[in-house]
Design a protein around this ligand. Structure first.
Ligand code: NI
Length: 394
């Protein structure tokens, strides 16, 4: 049976895959600079006998044809970039690139997709259709590598009927998987505000506009958009994360800068909120006598899991891993550029358990001590191969 064959190959390749993960982990590269990683991925695919091409400078697109290649086309996606974090793990495969770390597990995602590719290619006479392998750059940084890969045509010729992607989850025990239909992750937009006045003597505030006070009012007022304008049933977050201005006790500074992030689960509300943020900020600051520059850097869209595809993928996952090991995913206000794919074709983004409380593997993603239980690699590669070979979206 195909399932057993996949399981067997995943177990056979597991040692190799762990070595691949160690290599990637030791040699992390920042977003859009994944040159070595990209060359490594291409080298591996060629080694396996899988044709591939370069997309979006450091992205890689591979193609595996099974029996009746036109019958169904499915895309599998992995991201390859690392983060500007200094690794604190004391492991033999610790980052050799000082200040850069695979702290979001994209080394694991790339490894799982390489493993799935090898398995699918080995068994290509045993499943039907075509599997597209998307190794993308720049998940961690706007505009998001996914948007560039799409622009470069990875979802065309042939057009997949669905795309699947995974993320390791250290708060989920290894061996477990999470799926959820509908909205699953938030959109993320960045807010940049500069408030200006002519500044002046702190003893004579009447002669200027107090940028510190105005910025303080604005930070508080912006929260009203979330608490008073938003539908209470739709999750959304606005956090002002940086407040910079002033340098001494007796001067009202001529400039204060604010930065923040805005997240939403609803695309319509998201853009309504942008309008509200702009109007409130501009009118409040001007009414208090200062000037404002406001820029909203529009980031990733919400990640939407097609309900039907998710149900199909979840059932397939339960068949592979046992129903007891598949559970419902929680909503998260984090963002993922996978959302771009799911705006074009049905997408399903699922979570791969990678934590192990008994072994003390619990550190969250984006922390300097993030790591995984490496049992997750064999499981993740096998599951991805199984979904790639069987999921069909009609
Ligand atoms: Ni990530």
């Amino acid at each position: 049976m195909l399932k057993e064959k996949i399981r067997k190959l995943a177990s056979e390749y597991a040692g190799d895959l762990v070595n691949i993960r160690h290599h990637l982990h030791a040699n992390p590269e920042l977003s859009y600079k994944e040159f070595e990683t990209s060359a490594f991925v291409r080298q591996k695919l060629e080694e396996y006998g899988i044709p591939c091409e370069i997309k979006a400078v450091t992205g890689v697109l591979g193609l595996i044809k099974g029996k009746n290649p036109d019958k169904r086309v499915i895309a599998l996606r992995a991201d390859m970039d690392a983060l500007p974090i200094k690794e604190e793990n004391n492991v033999p495969y610790r980052s050799k690139n000082e200040g850069v770390m695979h702290a979001c597990g994209h080394d694991v995602h790339t490894t799982c997709l390489l493993g799935a590719s090898r398995i699918l290619n080995e068994l290509k006479n045993e499943w039907e259709g075509t599997v597209k392998l998307i190794f993308q750059p720049g998940e961690e940084k706007n505009p998001g590598g996914a948007s560039i890969m799409i622009r470069e045509g990875v979802l065309e010729n042939p057009r997949p009927s669905a795309i699947l992607g995974l993320h390791v989850h250290p708060q989920l025990e290894v061996g477990r998987y999470r799926f959820r239909g509908g909205k699953i992750m938030a959109s993320a937009d960045e807010i940049y505000i500069t408030i200006r006045s002519k500044g002046g003597h702190a003893a004579a505030p009447q002669q200027t506009a107090d940028t510190i006070l105005i910025a303080s009012q604005l930070v508080v007022a912006l929260q009203q958009i979330i608490s008073r304008n938003k539908n209470p049933f739709s999750p959304s977050v606005l956090s002002i994360t940086s407040f910079q201005g002033g340098y001494t006790t007796n001067v009202i500074p001529s400039e204060v800068k604010l930065m923040g992030t805005f997240r939403a689960m609803d695309e319509q509300w998201r853009f309504e909120a942008h309008t509200l943020i702009r109007k409130l900020a501009t009118e409040l600051v001007q009414s208090m006598g200062a000037e404002i520059d406001l820029h909203i850097d529009v980031g990733y869209p919400t990640v939407y899991n097609n309900e039907k595809l998710n149900a199909i993928a979840e059932a397939a996952a339960a068949e592979y891993a046992g129903a007891d090991n598949v559970e419902e995913s929680e909503l998260r206000m984090g963002a993922e550029d996978f959302g771009y794919y799911s705006q074009v074709i049905p997408g399903c983004f699922y979570r791969l358990g990678a934590g192990n409380e008994a072994k003390g593997i619990t550190a969250g993603v984006h922390t300097p001590t993030f790591n995984i239980d490496e049992e997750a690699i064999e499981l993740g590669a096998g599951m991805m191969a199984w979904l790639g070979a069987t999921v069909e979206m009609r």
